[in-house]
Design a protein around this ligand. Structure first.
Ligand code: ATP
Ligand code: MG
Length: 191
């Protein structure tokens, strides 16, 4: 089974592109942000802990996220073509754990890294914040998420580059332009 890791900063277009990819390639979509927000919405004690982290733009601890992925992979149907991982891995530790989890299950993954300039990202997220209702779509929290992205998440690009499993995608213009680049790659990978 071949999976796609959709990387990139907050606001780089991971959610939007995931939807377009799912429609054409029939992959399954896992947004760890959506899973965590569902836990918060359930009102559970765990959800309250997660809320305190996410609403400030901080990351959920690696061990918790790795466990979430492990049980997701265990519950995958065997006829699944592949998964789009949107929001995971977010640290090098998560990336290393994913490599091991996939190897154990005879699975593999390529990273598609969505790149957009910081002013483009800021404008998109501020705009989304007007309607998204997300506690983390406000100026100060976005700044913190970008800082954490640069510090903790960006190094995973290098990790996948060194594994020769890396594609850089320009996501500055619009979803159609971004998808046309992804389409060329996926049509090669999912023959
Ligand atoms: P966008 O949806 O615009 O790409 P984003 O990547 O910041 O923005 P989500 O992926 O929805 O948003 O994640 C929201 C928050 O959930 C993150 O800021 C973080 O607190 C938490 N989160 C999601 N995935 C992980 C992960 N793999 N490790 C740690 N925290 C995570
Ligand atoms: Mg998202």
């Amino acid at each position: 089974m071949l999976h796609i890791i959709l990387g990139g900063a907050p606001g780089s277009g991971k959610g939007t592109l995931s939807e377009i990819i799912v429609n054409k390639y029939g992959l399954q979509h896992l947004s760890t942000g959506d899973v965590l927000r569902a836990e918060i919405a359930s009102g559970s004690p765990l959800g309250k802990e997660i809320d305190a982290l996410i609403s400030k733009g901080n990351l959920v601890p690696d061990q918790q996220m790795i466990q979430l992925l492990e049980s997701y992979l265990d519950n995958l149907s065997p006829d699944c073509k592949g998964v789009i991982f949107d929001g995971f891995p977010r640290t090098v530790e998560q990336a290393r754990a994913l490599t091991i989890m996939l190897a154990k299950r005879h699975m593999e993954a390529y990273m598609l890294d969505l790149y957009a300039e910081e002013d483009v990202i800021m404008a998109r997220l501020i705009h989304r914040g007007k309607t998204s209702g997300r506690a983390d779509d406000n100026y100060d929290t976005i700044k913190n998420r970008l800082r954490i992205y640069n510090e903790m998440t960006k190094p995973i690009s290098d990790y996948y580059l060194k594994l020769h499993r890396y594609f850089m995608i320009n996501s500055n213009i619009n979803p159609e332009c971004t998808f046309s680049q992804i389409d060329v790659i996926l049509s090669g990978l999912y023959k």
